[in-house]
Each structure stands twice: as structure tokens, then as C-alpha cells.
Design a protein around this ligand. Structure first.
Ligand code: SER
Length: 317
């Protein structure tokens, strides 16, 4: 019998596509989507949906019992830029929801957990290029601190209580089905929308700010393949480095200009520049590649074609 899956935060940027991909794979009734608000039409019409607050243990626990859930993907979180403005709320959401799910697993109510971490776990004292899996981690953002603490708790619950928790340090994720919200890497999504709508974009990061990035299809494939890997192959129980592309706003603008030659970019860095400056510019993900066979498929050119086509289709621009 197929596993019953609960996705918490199913209406967000990752949650939407993860829900759709898992429903395709294991059948729509085996994937219960939940969020504090309804999602887009495609998500809502694709299978069961429940309103639930990730910070409410009883609401999440009730869904787990009601639907006889085996696996939880906890995608609800406050991202880096918003978390700087609402530090306590970010901590409560990012940590509270994780404890609820880890405790449900510890109590034997669920079998497997996926929890997303981020390149934000790294900080200014981390080696910036080809950042290794194991290295100095002194995050300077509220979001990064919550993700780093979360990683430690995941590993602790695995070692102490045998919880089967798996995690990826996502780079900036680029997609067209659902917009990201409140992140530092969001410019790399906004730029495509503005290129099609107005032919110009003002970047909130400087032209030479290089960050690790990935197209959503690759991120979803990585997530599902990590969750499907035999337990003994998942050697890292904090969170895996994962890498595909690294680029700057200027390089991305260039790739867009190959499709839209008149596209213009300008720069007006804001508070998000300091966040980006504290993060790595490239990531060494050799452990993910060795342990569970990760390979990325999308380069900058392929991603740019998909993004422009996808946005035209979804938003009719
Ligand atoms: N994309 C996220 C952010 O910018 C990083 O995990 O906050």
C-alpha cells in the first residue's frame, strides 16, 4: 500500500509543486495538502486539502490520525527577509512546527519526516566558494539561526530516538507556478516576471552578488529521491548540501537578454544585500551525489527557457 503523505505548507513556493509531483507519483488521495490558507487553483483542484496551522500541535496531530499519515513534509516557514522583520514570529513558526513533527515521529505516529534547511545556515565566517558539507557555521540572520538550530534538532532526534528525518539545504529556488515570498533569492524569480511584463527590472541585490540557485524541478526531484533512498544511504541526518547553479544578477539578466534583447536591469540594493553577502556563492554537494545519487538537470539556459515559457502560460503575459 502506498504511504499516506501530509504536506504542511502545501500552498507555498515549494509546497505547491511538491504536492503536485507527489500526487502524480503516488495517487492524489494519498497526498493530503494543508496550509493556513488556500492555494492556487491547480493545487486546490488536485486532491484533498485541509486548513491547518503548523504551530498548532493538536491540529497537525489530528490530521496525522485522521488520515493515517506515514510521512510528513514540513514546508511551512518564514523566509530570510521577512524573518529579519519579525524575529520572534519566525523563530516560533520555524522551530515550533519542527518540534511538533519531530515529536509526532518520536511518538511513533509518523514514520518519516522531510524538513527543508537552507544555504542560510552558513555565515560570513564560512568558506564562501565550494562550501563543504561540514564547515564553520555562524549564521547571522534570524532565518539562518532557526535553520541551523533545526538541523541540530533533526540530527539529535535521529541519534537519540531513531527518528527517520531527512533534509536538504536548498539554495535559492526558481519557479513559476507559485511565487516565493519574503526571501533574499526572490529577485531571481521576480526578474523573469518583470522581464515579460515591463521589459525592465530593478534588482535589490548588487550586480556581482553570486548565490547558489536551482530550478524547482531539480529541487523537487532531489527531495523525492532523498525521501525514497534506503535509510542506510542517508548518512547525513542534519541536512545535505545541494547544488546546481551559481549566478549573479548580471549573469541572469544576460541569459534573459538572449530571449528578450531589449530587457534592461538596474540595481538598488537594500537590506537584503547584507543577508546575501553573508551566504556562500557556491556549494560542494559531493556527499548528496555519492550517498543517494543526486544529479541536477537544469543549467541557466535551460532554466531560463522554461521560466519564460512557464510564466507566459500561467500568467498569460
Ligand atoms: N531562498 C531562501 C531565502 O532567500 C533561502 O533559503 O530566504
Amino acid at each position: 500500500m502506498a504511504s499516506k503523505i501530509l504536506i504542511i505548507g502545501a500552498c507555498g513556493q515549494i509546497g505547491t509543486e511538491l504536492t503536485l509531483a507527489l500526487r502524480d507519483k503516488v495517487g492524489k488521495d494519498n497526498v493530503i495538502a494543508s496550509d493556513i490558507r488556500e492555494g492556487n487553483e491547480e493545487l486546490m483542484s488536485s486532491g484533498p486539502f485541509e486548513i491547518a496551522d503548523a504551530t498548532n500541535y493538536n491540529q497537525i496531530g489530528d490530521l496525522v490520525i485522521q488520515y493515517e499519515i506515514d510521512e510528513v513534509y514540513l514546508m511551512a516557514a518564514m523566509l530570510s527577509a521577512t524573518a529579519e522583520k519579525l524575529p520572534m514570529k519566525a523563530w516560533d513558526l520555524n522551530m515550533g512546527s519542527l518540534f511538533h513533527v519531530l515529536n509526532l515521529a518520536k511518538e511513533g505516529k509518523i514514520r518519516k519526516v522531510f524538513w527543508p534547511s537552507s544555504i542560510a545556515v552558513f555565515g560570513p565566517t564560512t568558506p564562501k566558494h565550494d562550501t563543504p558539507q561540514t564547515t564553520v557555521m555562524e549564521p547571522t540572520t534570524v532565518y539562518g539561526i532557526s535553520k541551523q538550530a533545526g538541523e541540530r534538532w533533526c540530527e539529535y532526534y535521529h541519534n537519540k530516538f531513531g527518528v527517520d528525518v531527512r533534509s536538504i539545504r536548498y539554495p535559492g529556488l526558481i519557479s513559476y507556478k507559485t511565487l516565493p515570498g519574503g526571501g533574499t533569492t526572490d529577485y531571481a524569480v521576480e526578474i523573469y516576471h518583470e522581464a515579460l511584463k515591463t521589459g525592465k527590472y530593478t534588482s535589490f541585490l548588487k550586480e556581482d552578488t553570486e548565490l547558489p540557485m536551482m530550478f524547482m524541478d531539480d529541487a523537487i526531484r532531489a527531495t523525492i529521491s532523498l525521501m525514497e533512498a534506503p535509510s542506510e544511504k542517508v548518512k547525513v541526518r542534519s541536512s545535505y548540501n545541494l547544488s546546481a547553479l551559481n549566478f549573479t544578477p548580471a549573469t541572469l539578466a544576460n541569459a534573459i537578454q538572449k530571449h528578450i534583447p531589449e530587457f534592461e536591469i538596474s540595481y538598488a540594493p537594500d537590506f537584503r544585500q547584507a543577508i546575501a553577502d553573508s551566504w556562500p556563492s557556491s556549494i560542494d554537494d559531493s556527499e548528496a551525489r555519492t550517498d543517494w545519487g543526486w544529479r541536477h538537470e537544469f543549467d541557466l539556459e535551460k532554466m531560463t527557457s522554461e521560466m519564460l515559457e512557464g510564466i507566459k502560460e500561467v500568467y498569460h503575459v
